[in-house]
Design a protein around this ligand. Sequence first.
Ligand SMILES: [Zn+2]
Ligand SMILES: [Zn+2]
Length: 1285
Amino acid sequence: MAEPSAVEQRWLQAARDFARRALPARQGPGGPEPPPLEAVLRCLRSAGGGDLPLSYSFISISDLQHQQCTPCCSHLTWSTNEFKEWAHQGQGALPMQSALPRTYLILVGYLTDGRQENKEKLVDGSLYVKDSTGIIPCELLHFELEWLESLFLFPSWSYIPQTDQSAAGYVEILVDPVPVNLPKEVPDSIPVTYLASAEPLLTSRIPCKKRSKLTVAGELARLGPLLCIHHKTFFFLFLKYLTSAVWVPVLVQKPNQLAWHHILQLGHRYTITGLSMSSLKKSRQRMFVTGVSSCLLPYCAEQVREQPLDSAWQGESTQSSSIETAEQLSDSLELGVEEERPGSTKESKIISYVGTVTKILNVQAGLFLLDNKVCLCLAYQQLLNSARGLRPGACVELIDVHLLQKPLVSFPFIVLGACLSSTVVLKNFSRLSTPYQPPASSGNLYLQLLFRYNLGMPLYLWLVSLLETFEERFSCFFGRRRLLLSSIHRNPGAAEKFLVPLLQAVVPDREEARDIYNEILGKIHQCPLQKYLTLNPPCQAPSLSAVCRVAEEKSWEGFSPSQLLSPLEAQHMGTQELNRRLAWSYCTLSAGSFQPRLILLGVLRVSSRSSSLQLQDKSSTLPCVISHKDGSPFAHTALIGSLLQVESYQLVVERFLQTDFPSWEQLANLEHMREKKTSVYVQFYFEDVRVLHAAEGQIQKGLRSGKSFSLRKKDDGSVTSELETPEAKMLKLEDPKPDTHRDENCQKGQSSTRRTSCVSCLFLVTQKEGLMLRNYQLPSKEDGGQELQRSFQATVLWLGRPRLWSHSRESGNLPELEETSCDGEEGMTQQEALLLFMGKSLRWFPFLHLGGLYRFIVPHCSDLEVFDKLCFPPVPAKFLSKSSCPLCLPVQDTWHLQHETWISSLTEHQLAARSVLRGVDQRISSIPEVLSNSFTGSLVSFSGEIVERTLCASPKNEKPSVTLGLQKQKGRLLASDHSVKLSISVAPGSPVVVDIYIAATYLQHLWGLLPGAKIFFQNLERKISRFHNVYCTYIASSCVTIVSLPASHLPFPSSPAGEASSPSLVFLSNVQPHLQHLPQARILCHLSCVLTLSLQWVCSLCSSIFKEGRCTRQSPPCPSHTGVRQANARVLVEDGTGEALVLCRNQHVAAMLGLSLLEWEALQKCVQSRGRVSIQHGEATGTGCVEEPEDLIACYLRSLCRSPLICRPILLDFSLDRKPSKILQPAPLQLRNFRCGEVEFVSQVRPWRSLLCLNVEEVEQEALSYLNNQRIRRTSSHCRVGATA
Ligand SMILES: [Zn+2]
Ligand SMILES: [Zn+2]
């Protein structure tokens, strides 16, 4: 042999180094084996035709795992062309994927099934390649038992690293390995095999005590998947007797036999020795079980003589033949959506299929896409073989899998489900550079829930879709692992908390646990995949961006502007009013408004930019309003950062429309809708919230103590009880690595926060003002002080001195208050301060409420003077009289606010402190107090329910100039010259109503102002109108708190409120001046006469008279072509107790005159050419109308009004006309004459009360007598009351 070249010498040196490191001499059975390098080199030479592969280098297992980060392959003997050809063929199914890149590495190692490794490692049927540097799982398409523990050279292999860099990948062995040493001595005499004697089989109904070992030979008819139950791994195989159709099941369960699973090939013949008989307790199914000494041998006809089995076995052949009906998938696909009978249970077909993996749909869930058209589900086979080899590009053969068409409405693929009697064989490795995604090594929630609830395919696919979305939305907040943690770690993760109740609702308890033995062995095949019903998912939890999109779509679905207006009103509206009434509307959606029912999930956040609460996920945010059912405001600062689930909520879509409808007649013409905008938010009660994952921020320990958080306690309780359900019968999944890390970390984190000190100080909020732009000049930034800053402020009372505070302290303890009660009232330091919230601290706006006791926590601080040092006087010291003016304290961004309790819920022994603080809630008034004439004070706070919400033109003199900046920040939704009128009543149906005007600019951050909602208004400005009516306006220091949400069963939300019940019947004499805010009442009265009546057409733009299709305005000429009809009348009514003047408008005029709709239409048409017709009763004065005696219509109307038919009893719904000031002004009593029979009386009467007509009803004779009776009874009781008074 020639002297090796320098190159070769260097190569040999490297080889020797490698061998020393990775392949030291091993102790063989007969003394130490020779160092393997020489043998390896011999092997390489023979493979390379005598030459050493100098362009290749050795790689140890450890280097492969740690240095190779991308998939690669190595082919020791291949030419470049051979490789190209191979790679090209592999791209057939997925031409877009690149082939595995070629490396020039020599892999040498021992094949093992892991049994000699450290004890902890489970021998689970996997095979490995190892050298002394490491061990790596491998997959082979062909394997021989005698290869185990032998040293091999692998001429052709691929290495597939795991996508997650932290763990190792695996090796795909493409070509049979070459043994480095001479093949082991194969025992040339197969051990004597004993025939399966018939006797024990026949008597096997009684468990045979005589442990006779049997040998069974046959053709492998079926190979079950590896299963792991109660930490025991096993599999079943079925041998078919050669002379009969009988299949016998063999349970292979010894760890060192699990590697058989890699050898066994369907259709091949085998002999298995050392078997014993066993039968299942429940079903009495009999099977062979391998023993420690059992061997798997190739079948050799000479050595085995077969004996017929007993008839019991014969019977089982039926099962096998029924399953054998293999069918071509293509045929089934052609059938397509053949029998789509909704609601009928479908039977899945059992088929066989060969296909190429084209996509991994979800490796955790065991879902793979084959040939871009069918989904393979391996979940029911439990272990998924760690999904090794199942990369895109790999070819699999499926035998006896279930074909399910459309198991889930929303699932796009046909599904092939492999159950425990299906066989999945990897036919070819992928030649593509596709990554390996291993299923979670521990706690695969998909599979755990599948087995715990024994889900069928439709429910499983639904579960997968829910879980996938959940993971996608929230793993960026909490991390995947924590989210998907399963209950085997005692502490179920958020995903499990979310899914378990949903599954419990759809899977009835009586559903049997999966009987895996019956599924594998049963005479008649039974498995969860056999029958299925196309599932319409019962609920959904889509991303927040999808929620908003769908809600917006729904809010415009079937929308037409005419819905927002009653046609009777709309036809009399001018352009401006009409379009204003359309400008703002809303609709509310509940979970059930969506199909399927929509569950809201989100992380509770608070935005310092908008100062609002929001739910958040990866896709979007959704502003939210949270209230308590008991009316207390929401202040749970501890909930920030928690993952919430809400199923009972009101999703509110506010619609903003820019329209230019000339009049109501064009409402159908949608061209006049110029712009549509929406804003979506959600409101719900705290009590309807489920916390799926509590925030564990530094300060959030309040949650852990659970003292102030009963909700979570309850929640946990239900979860624990659910864990305690007996799971003995259920198939438990293996969890090789219990996840203990996390808990340790958690505790570590806790103890470390325990050590950090903070300073805290307790305070009581005595006043809170709204968000606005203020020009604070902070002492620290004197130069930039001119800029307006968005801010809010609150007046607070410090309770006690600041103190060092550690998180381990029990929450709910308020030592500051305890001290006070000991020391007496004098000991309490009572100091007022004005807190300024700007910048990031604006996030506390939704949490800070009047009457709340809060604590500021200054983290990482031990300076007890910290608050004092930051305080500064609000005005320069020289103007300051110190006693009256509280110090300003700008709240720092890093401070944390923690809500402790409410002043109203302080305990007995804290009452001493409470008495110190008395007077805080005296500033809250009631609506009658606010309305009363004796009320003094300009700022008012009160609560009440919104009766009606209307958009109106802003009063010209109240332009909110300060807030213009706010308006710029957000997209303008309402025109700034608009304002909103809220009519607020004390309680639903209560007659006392006060109006609040809020300029549009303030509305941008006011959520939840909807009819039916109960609101607490603070610091509104009380005003008195020209007509001496009291109303309130929302000013810069005002603020609102939602006390309760509107009832969800509201009528059509856009329709005007107040039609709930018919108003109460009253007497005119009872209509007292102090009831001026009465919204509505009803009288039975007699129409005495019509004083004035006027019908006109007015221009929709300028309200001038509109005549013959033109506006009559001359200077400047008006371009309008649209006229609106209007009518009004004043009539006099009396009910025996008094008289009143009733103002009627539009359609009420027709009702008052007793005209039918047709007559009224005709009459108005006649007015169209005249522009205006009006008449007045002879006695009326001062109305300014001029009669036109020659006009026919005027004549008709005059005679109508004078006709005795008009003077009739009517039921009149009215409200007091608030405009005429006469009501409030004491008018002199008038003297009037009354005649009763012969006698004439002179009596003092009050001036006419002025009423606004709301509705006129004719009274039938019967109703009249009934009502009169009622009146008489009430009059008499009224008189009695009057007499006693
Ligand atoms: Zn099945
Ligand atoms: Zn006009």
